[in-house]
Design a protein around this ligand. Structure first.
Ligand code: ZN
Length: 678
């Protein structure tokens, strides 16, 4: 699982009051670009220059492997995305007209949005972008492009491509949504992701139901690395992502660089799992992926680490196929002391969780937690990224072999630094004492919330024997995120954290409670267009928790929405009671997951997580409009340049932070295009 965390104003809420920040350069410039609802930042990589040459070399190779997967996520997100990108970039590159014209400005904005979405759909809302340039402008620019430039071999093919891409850009009814979770209709037919072709939701469910062996204690992650298609003759089969299968032209490069990384691995354990990963990429065999995942999860010694593969399934409406992503990173030793205390005490947290004892894990297996600094973000993790990751995802591996949980420290820090003084809390927090409490503790409790969510929350609990792990279907991601969040929220208020020396004030949790409730009830609505429902799983989870507790606090008045000067504010009267409610909801959601109670899960999601109060929504949007806080943020990566001696050996790897956003995108397209070039 990955977590995008902070909520509204993408982490705009973090304010830097934490003393242990690792900044190297006090004048580091975090801000790179701003357009539409997006702000692009850069992040510093503290400690990179002090790594050993072997570590830097390994990070460089892994970064190359990461960047070679870029085209895969574009194609997974939509079957016309690579064609679209090539045409837009050609126009972007060749344009020599008036750069102050409305058409050009609209085109420039659209280009940047499409880069950010790895396709023409919003990375978070899943809605297609609306172009703010005219069809005539686009058609005029197309005239200047050769057949090859639009990816066509002759005039006939050109006409087809141009017609499709023009519709893709300008027809709002054509592939309008990347992922649709509307369970009243066929979620496959209504999602434009390129993970299925020609099959209905029922056919997908039947296909995989036939493959699953009931009672299999170690099932592979069915559908994780394949596209399910129906042929002209009506047969349904999987196109596997592998060296000689789908995306082989990109996977070949990934394998090449992984192999280089293997040559400078830190130890045998690391070499062993890189070998497995390469074997899996060659064959597409999901058993090898599980073997790799186990070896990877069990390696807690290496400082250099990475994720590279088809991992998270949020972009699949049925939650099976993994989107390609890569994170390259190394351990942040100082901050890892905190996460180590938490993971060392994992069994205590499990034993005391407010859930039915039969759904607790009797023996929590090897939860390892660490804080890391990201070195390269790629695929579905770029430009928008998570700040916490907990992998592997397979339930049985987590239960039998444990999982690895990370908090990405330098990304969290970049969010916090870039948010200083943006006026958000002055506008939305009810009073000065609450603001002061948040200023003082939120950076700390946010980091801790991520630790607890990733390291303990996702890793906690167990399924009842025979429960299908996919039983919650389209609500699976939302309920799993709610479970992890509730686990974190419940324990943030536990005296155990003070006892363990992780928090110095037993009241600090209130900052996080206020933040989470305010966000779930109000401020995250800044990310929703007027009239729309809440769609994204993490957002649904946050609203589910906040709206459910508000509803169940009616009698006790522990939590209320109140009016002050015509504005709505969250008022928390009884934090202890709020904690009890979090515990109750955790118990119910754990029961739902453990027993695969789809009906109860769906009822919770439909009642609390989806619908928006239009009046409150408008008010929130209006209040935000006075602040100019970008709802979403993402990152450009640093650029790594190896230096060689005369024999071709790497002698150093230089890091630079100067590349701009369009420059980075155009460079990646130029140097790492692997697919769709026939
Ligand atoms: Zn999560």
């Amino acid at each position: 699982m990955t977590d995008f965390k902070i909520t509204i104003a993408g982490a705009a809420l973090l304010l830097g009051s934490m003393t242990s920040m690792a900044k190297e350069n006090p004048n580091f410039d975090y801000k790179v670009d701003r357009f539409a609802d997006i702000e692009v930042l850069r992040y510093e990589v503290p400690g990179f220059n002090s790594l050993t040459l072997q570590q830097k070399e390994m990070l460089y190779y892994l970064s190359e492997a990461a960047q070679w997967g870029r085209d895969i996520i574009w194609d997974q997100n939509g079957k016309y995305n690579l064609q679209l990108r090539r045409i837009l970039e050609k126009i972007y590159q060749k344009y020599d007209g008036d750069k102050n014209s409305a058409d050009w400005k609209g085109f420039d904005k659209y280009m940047k949005q499409v880069w950010f979405g790895n396709g023409p759909h919003h990375h978070y809302s899943n809605d297609k972008f609306t172009p703010e340039f005219s069809r005539a402008f686009f058609e005029e620019r197309l005239k200047g492009l050769c057949n090859k430039c639009v990816g066509a071999k002759d005039d006939k093919q050109r006409a087809e491509i141009v017609a499709t891409i023009t519709d893709y850009i300008f027809d709002p009814a054509f592939m309008p949504k990347k992922v649709s979770l509307d369970s009243s209709a066929d979620v496959i037919a209504n999602s434009s992701v390129n993970l299925y072709d020609g099959v209905t939701q029922q056919e997908v469910e039947d296909y995989f139901a036939a493959k699953k062996k009931p009672g299999d204690p170690t099932p592979v992650s069915y559908g994780l690395n394949s596209r399910l298609v129906k042929d002209a003759d009506g047969t349904i089969h999987e196109q596997t992502y592998s060296l000689n299968g789908l995306y082989g032209d990109a996977i070949r490069h990934i394998i090449y660089w992984l192999d280089k990384a293997k040559g400078v691995a830190e130890n045998d354990a690391q070499r062993a799992y890189i070998t497995k990963l390469i074997d899996y990429y060659i064959t597409g065999d999901l058993r090898l992926f599980d073997e790799y995942s186990i070896l990877w999860a069990e390696d807690t010694d290496s400082d250099v680490d990475f994720v590279n593969g088809f991992i998270e399934s949020y972009n699949d409406p049925l939650g099976m196929t993994g989107s390609w992503e890569s994170y390259v990173n190394f351990r942040n030793r100082e901050s890892t002391k905190r996460t180590k205390i938490i993971s060392d005490n994992a069994q205590w947290f499990e034993d005391n969780a407010p859930i039915d004892p039969q759904y607790r894990k009797p023996h929590v297996k090897g939860i390892s937690a660490k804080a890391i600094n990201a070195v390269m973000l790629a695929g579905d993790a770029y430009p928008a990224t998570a700040i916490g990751i907990n992998l592997p995802n397979a339930d049985w591996i987590r239960a039998q072999h444990g999982s690895k949980s990370v908090t990405i420290e330098n990304i969290t820090e970049a969010y916090a630094e870039a948010s200083k003084g943006n006026g958000f809390r002055e506008e939305f927090v009810i009073d000065a004492p609450t603001r002061e409490m948040m200023d003082k503790y939120l950076y700390q409790t946010d980091m801790l919330h991520t630790d607890l969510h990733e390291c303990l929350g996702h890793a906690s609990g167990q399924l009842a024997p025979g429960t299908d792990p996919d039983a919650l279907k389209e609500n699976g991601s939302t309920l799993e995120e709610a479970r992890a969040d509730l686990f974190a929220l419940y324990y943030l208020a536990d005296p155990k954290l003070v006892e363990l020396g992780i928090l110095d004030n037993p009241e600090a949790y209130k900052a996080e409670y206020y933040q989470q409730m305010m966000n779930g009830l109000m401020t995250q609505l800044n990310r929703i267009e007027p009239g729309n429902d809440v769609e994204e799983a993490h957002m649904r989870n946050r609203q589910l928790i906040a709206a459910w507790t508000l509803d169940h606090a009616k009698k006790s008045k522990a939590v209320q929405l109140v009016k002050k000067g015509g504005k709505t504010y969250l008022k928390i009267n009884d934090y202890k009671e709020l904690r009890n409610l979090f515990g109750q909801l955790l118990k119910e959601i754990q029961r739902i997951k453990s027993t695969g109670d789809y009906a109860a899960g769906n009822a919770l999601v439909q009642k609390y997580a989806v619908k928006v109060d239009p009046k409150l929504h408008n008010e929130v949007l209006k209040r935000f409009s006075t602040l100019d806080i970008p709802p979403y943020r993402g990152f450009v990566n640093p650029v790594y340049t190896p230096e060689y001696d005369k024999d071709g050996n790497i002698t150093d790897v230089k890091i630079s932070y100067t590349e701009g956003y369009p420059e980075q995108m155009m460079r990646l397209s130029r140097d790492y295009s692997a697919l769709g070039k026939k």
